[in-house]
Ligand binder design. Sequence first.
Ligand SMILES: Nc1ncnc2c1ncn2[C@@H]1O[C@H](COP(=O)(O)OP(=O)(O)O)[C@@H](O)[C@H]1O
Ligand SMILES: [Mg+2]
Length: 377
Amino acid sequence: MASVAFEHVGKTYPNGYRALVEFDLAIGDGELVVFVGPSGCGKSTLLRLVAGLEQPSSGHLRIGRDIVDDWTPQARNVAMVFQDYALYPTMTVRANLGFPLQMRKLPQAEIRRRVAWATELLALGDLLDRLPKQLSGGQRQRVAMGRALVREPTVFLLDEPLSNLDAQLRTQVRGEIVDLQRRTGTTMIYVTHDQVEAMTMGQRIAVLSRGHLQQSGSPQALYDTPANTFVAGFIGTPPMNLIPSVTLLRAAECAAAAGGHSGMEWLAALTADPDCHTAGIRPEHVAINRDPQAPGLPGTIVQTEYLGHETLVHFSFSGLAHGDTRAIFIARVDGSPCFENGQPASVWIDGKQLSRFDGNGNRTLGGDPDSAPLPTR
Ligand SMILES: Nc1ncnc2c1ncn2[C@@H]1O[C@H](COP(=O)(O)OP(=O)(O)O)[C@@H](O)[C@H]1O
Ligand SMILES: [Mg+2]
């Protein structure tokens, strides 16, 4: 087992594409870190760099104390499991597990010991004599992990390993992977494009966009104090509402013109803050009142999504230019409220829960020391 550190790592592919820019992150020995970001943001490139399948164009990669930039994949002893984990179709589970060790010409007794260990660890005992085609998707996935683990890797990399499984199985195997990591204490980097998966698995999550690290932190830190508008708009279902300050100000003016009052003192401070370009508010930190004259910002309900235990209410502020979709705001309301589309209403926002972002999209209130600024490209 070993720590892994990316030190100002950049990766430019031969065609000139900059897949990673100044990537900095230290992963502790025995730590599980989840990399998450949209497709094409550079997640697989990061894993391939650790595995030694790619070399950094700039910066260094460290495993343990060693800078491994020019080490072969074999010398690193890093194991990687992919989405399309290919098991050898003509070999039994037992032979699949032992194969990487046969290739390394380990003594037969040692091979038997390690295969027995992985069998026990992953509950594969009943499956050892089966062929891959006689296994379910989840069982195949477990064999693929076992085959990687028997090598006793110093670092274990998983690249979207659950994408081929259905939702229920995904949840189960995800739990198994977290448990496995805890029991073996192997340093693990897990990659996914799914923020829900990242939130449920990660002790620590690193969010990427277009080759830049956006923020790394606990699931709660990312949720409560997103470093920038990218993270705010990526984490959470639905994500944080990002409303231009001018929109809130205009809605407040509409309330005043109608003889009402927003009742939200923080609005004055917000609009007086020249650095606050965008206000961020989670859907659960608002209340919607059917009375458009009630304290709050006036507007119209444009859509409701009933989900059983909660309803997502889409709300449009008064005073907007027609078709200004940036001002659609989603509120999370318990149960099944009686709202109709087109109905006027007012929205109350909890100012204590507000995030503020500047013109570049970076958090200006309660900043996270771990976070990097949003790239402006
Ligand atoms: N060999 C390559 N040559 C050129 N561009 C590449 C190569 N491999 C990946 N890319 C590009 O680099 C970016 C990051 O790719 P990748 O790391 O696979 O993203 P992810 O795994 O997050 O979907 C993508 O835009 C991809 O098209
Ligand atoms: Mg990928």
